[in-house]
Design a binder for this molecule. Sequence first.
Ligand code: SAM
Length: 243
Amino acid sequence: THFGYETVAREEKQGKVAEVFHSVAAKYDLMNDLMSFGIHRLWKRFTMEFTGVRKGDSVLDIAGGTGDLTMKFSDLVGPEGRVVLADINESMLRVGRDRLLDKGYSGNIECVQANAESLPFDDNSFDVITMAFGLRNVTDKDQALREFNRVLKPGGRLLVLEFSKTNNPLLSKAYDFYSFSALPLMGKIITNDADSYRYLAESIRMHPDQDTLKAMFEQAGFANCEYHNLTGGIVALHKGIKP
Ligand code: SAM
């Protein structure tokens, strides 16, 4: 049946995503720096400027992986605040937790294994939610956005940083070549796993473009939705507020 097919496709995608991140976890930070020439740090810094986070706030960094944003939030919310680093993947979360401990972070941070589609948090619990380079891996993105809306406090902000679509044809060609040829090769050399990087390139191509994602934010109940293109639209930062 059609329903049966969808269930299989869904499980296949979740299984593939789990496999990819188990496989890349140990070398994730190194690969991130190499693949983006370090630019992911600038994209993340840009994201932080829009969080409006204050001392004492509660923040959820969903699909937080190895905790880049979590660390920045931990400093900003201070000892009276709370940051939850949540990720569906145990290996990524373990690397993240070890990295936080190594760097001396612990007091105001919790690490939680969670699926963005069904969050284990009460309604109205967070002032800010961030998701960096995670949404494209989620099977039911609309459901994840509804969950973010549910657990945000009224007035709370959602920020989603994700690969997007560039409307510059030259940049688009160069980027396609880079992601489908150079990335899998780098993946093979560094992690002996070209397939995972092929999957990541494919998932970027399938991800909704800027305006489609903005409409999905609105559909999920967010107000004041807007986006900023970064690096010619290769990446976009989407923002929405829970009314
Ligand atoms: N946010 C980190 C960063 O920007 O460096 C990690 C991004 S990494 C490319 C994507 C992360 O999304 C992985 O750690 C993966 O396990 C996580 N992820 C994938 N599907 C998820 C889901 N349904 N719920 C929560 N996390 C998910």
